[in-house]
Design a protein around this ligand. Structure first.
Ligand SMILES: [Zn+2]
Length: 394
């Protein structure tokens, strides 16, 4: 945010800071707490609250009637009829859409089967699904955020390569902007998940967070002080395509020996002797993990084998990136939670002695549906940065 030079700019900056606090509190804050956190007088806080209420961004209501807080104040929460962002995630077999308002809660999440493997038809379907959802919205739509399982040019929203969908150079961002005339953000699902997990999840307060998320493929990101680590085109974090797997195996990305093929749901099912179809991969992996938790020896062996490969990769990433905390989401999180001992043993065996003395903690992600939440967060951040400018009537 730029430094304010006029009193109007300063007031807008304070509105933005107040709205950010309401958003990050996840729902509820008192007016007295807001004044303290902003380090402004109660009169100034009251004026900011009044501005943001007039914009339908927040709602002020009576505080806890028990009066435990000792002095009269009011609670401030995101306005129930405030603007929402439509967030979508395109996976290899489905489109998931939800509404996300200030405060970050997801509402009305719904899966729709992806009708076609053809990129142009899939984009048409996504566009249609978004229009239908917008037509039924009770609130103002502030923009659209889309999480893609692949490499994305995050400025234009061009999907450069989505290996599991078979998409290459699909101009998704441009198409949605033209169709909806709204701010549109398209980015990689793991990059978006990493950002939201760093901002208000398991990586909060850590300066460097290594994030690994697996759905069908495995992606990730390194977040530094709340921002993705810089890279040439924003394509860093494709940790699933590091050659920690069997080099005889060619991955759909074009490389050989990719890690994700050695630890994904299909690999876990195969380790337990199940030849699953890709569409049944999730169910097959869940079955193996559930059997392992119930004490089935064969399933436990399969989980241990895959956790060994997961742990060795994590140890290598610690050597390469020296993160303060590692956050896991999706299938890799479930693997780790099922057999943390084997994962950590393998992680130790792959990490340099200097790292072993002080390993970064491995945590489970806490943000629900991180890709959707992250896709919305990008648009919400712009809204929070300049609430009046973005909501002023044209
Ligand atoms: Zn690959």
């Amino acid at each position: 945010m730029a430094t304010a030079s006029t009193s109007a700019e300063l007031r807008e900056q304070n509105r933005s800071r107040a709205l950010a606090l309401v958003h990050e509190s996840g729902g509820s804050l008192t007016r007295v707490e807001l004044a303290e956190l902003l380090d402004v007088t109660r009169t100034t806080a009251a004026a900011l609250v009044s501005d943001l209420s007039a914009l339908n961004l927040i709602l002020e209501h009576d505080a806890d009637p028990t009066g435990r807080r000792g002095r009269p104040t009011t609670n401030i929460s995101p306005h129930p009829e405030g603007p929402v962002v439509l967030a979508a995630e395109v996976a290899n077999d489905r489109i998931t859409v939800a509404e996300v308002a200030i405060g970050g809660q997801l509402k009305n999440r719904k899966d729709v089967k992806l009708e076609s493997g053809d990129p142009a038809e899939a984009v048409d379907q996504l566009d249609q699904v978004l229009h239908e959802r917008r037509a039924n919205l009770a609130s103002n739509c502030a923009g659209i955020g889309v999480a893609m399982h692949g490499l994305v040019d995050d400025d234009s929203g061009l999907v450069v390569q989505a290996p599991n969908l078979g998409w290459e150079n699909v101009p998704l961002g441009r198409r949605l902007r033209q169709s909806h005339r709204l701010p549109v953000k398209v980015d990689n699902d793991a990059t978006l998940g990493a950002l939201v997990e760093a901002k208000r999840g398991a990586g909060r307060l850590a300066r460097t967070m290594l994030y690994l998320r697996s759905t069908v493929g495995i992606g990730g990101g390194l977040v530094f002080d709340g921002t993705p680590a810089p890279s040439r085109r924003g394509w860093h974090g494709e940790f699933g395509h590091l050659p920690f797997g069997d080099t005889r195996h060619r991955c759909r990305c074009g490389a050989h020996g990719c890690w994700e093929n050695a630890i994904n749901q299909l690999a876990l099912a195969a380790a337990a002797g199940i030849e699953a179809d890709p569409v049944e991969a999730n169910a097959a992996a869940d079955d193996v993990l559930n059997r392992a938790k119930a004490g089935d020896a064969e399933a436990n062996n399969a989980v241990a084998r895959i956790c060994g490969i997961l742990g060795r990769g994590l140890g290598s990433l610690i050597n390469a990136l020296d993160p303060e905390v590692i956050v896991l989401s999706g299938h890799v999180q479930r693997l780790y939670e099922t057999d943390p001992a084997t994962t950590v043993d393998a992680l130790m065996s792959a990490s340099m002695r200097a790292h072993r003395q002080s390993l970064p903690p491995v945590r489970s992600g806490v943000v629900e549906h991180p890709a959707l939440a992250g896709a919305a967060e990008a648009i919400l951040t712009d809204l929070i940065d300049s609430p009046t400018r973005l909501l002023a009537p044209n």
